[in-house]
Design a protein around this ligand. Sequence first.
Ligand code: UDP
Length: 238
Amino acid sequence: NDAQTRFRRVLLKISGEALMGDQGYGLHPPTVQRIAREVKSVHDLGVEICMVIGGGNIFRGLAGSAQGMERTTADYMGMLATVMNALAMQSSLEDLGVYTRVISAIPMDQVCEPYIRRRAVRHLEKKRVCIFAAGTGNPYFTTDTAATLRANEMSCEAIFKGTKVDGVYDKDPKKFPDARRYDRVTYNEVLTKNLGVMDASAIALARDNDLPIIVFSLDEPGGFKGILAGEGTFTTVH
Ligand code: UDP
C-alpha cells in the first residue's frame, strides 16, 4: 500500500473504552494490539505521532463523585487509570518495534517520564511515539482537553479523534437511522448544537488555536492510515 499523507505530526485521541473490546470494563489486550497496529501503519509513513488515551474503561471521576467520593480524589483516580492504559499501549507498540515514551502530567519516575515539553518534542523528532498520560494533571478536566492542550504544545497539525462512528452526526446514528453526518462542522456549531464531539473546554481550546479535529471510526481496519491519506468518511471540525 502506497498511501501518502500531507500530515507530519498529529495527535491521536482515543477513549479508554476503545481499549476494552466487547468487555464492559478494563483492558482487552487483543484490542490494544489492534489499535497499536493502526498506529504503526501511520508511523511507518514517517508521521510523528502523539497519543492521548482516556481512562473511562477503568475509572471516571464523575462516576466516583456521583457515588459519594470526593471529586478531586476521584479525578486523580481517573488520571491514574489513563497511565495504566498508556502503559498497555506502550507495551503493544514496542512489541511491534515502535519506540514509545509514556509521558505523565503527574510525575511518577519509576513508571514513566515526567512531562517536559522540549524533551517530548525531541522524542517526536526522533520518531518515538509519545503517549501523554494523566490528562492535564488537574482535576475537573478531561482527556479531550488534555489532547487539545498537548496537540497545541507539540504543534500538531490536527487531532484525530478515533471513535465508534465515522464522524459527527446531528443525532446518535446508533439510535436514529435518519441521523445525518457532517463532512465539516465549525467549532461554534459543535458548541451551540451540543454535538458531543468533545467537551466544551476542549472544543474552545481547539477553536482559539485553530486546531482542526478530525473525527473518524477506529473500528474500520486500516482506518487511521486511510484517514491520514484523506480516504474514507470522517468529519472535520474546524
Ligand atoms: N481526568 C482529570 N483531569 C484530566 C484528565 C482526566 O481529572 O486532565 C480524570 C477524570 O476524572 C476523567 C478520568 O480522568 O473522568 C478519565 O478521563 P476521561 O473521562 O477523559 O476518559 P475517556 O472518556 O476519554 O475514556
